[in-house]
Design a protein around this ligand. Sequence first.
Ligand SMILES: [Ca+2]
Length: 167
Amino acid sequence: MTLDLARRRRARPAVLTLTLLALTPTGCGEDAPDQCPPEIEAGLVDLNAHPDGDGWAFTGTTEGGADRAGSPCGGAGVSDVVHRFVAPAAGGYKFSTADSPARWNTVIHFRPRCDQPSARLNCNNDSAYPPFSEQTLALAADEPVYVFVDGVTPTDVGRYTLTVTPR
Ligand SMILES: [Ca+2]
């Protein structure tokens, strides 16, 4: 009897360990860390590092860059630049290329995570001020978004300014 109880006490921690292992996420869920593919991480622009007035603004060029992704609005086979923005507070944020220094047909498309090619929050071509692109997203506090500045056809490349304005 005493020996049986001792065995049961020894056995209990093993059962607990197995239960905890079964509950541990395996790394594929929503909470898994976002692993940027190397081709995106290499040229990633941190938009939050470029404050401008009430928002943020970054000027760059897509010319000579890599084609990392396309979207239903265009951009497949066209060089692009990827930007990461983390919302400092919950609210709407307008992403726009309307302040670009050169006129060319931009497309912007978004991902909630940079390691999920099929996950697109939205995309835009020519909404407010053709040939520029504009899209407002509702973001939670500390929510990241990956913004691709892209072109409609392979000749649609050049200098752009991407602005982010709280709405
Ligand atoms: Ca592209």
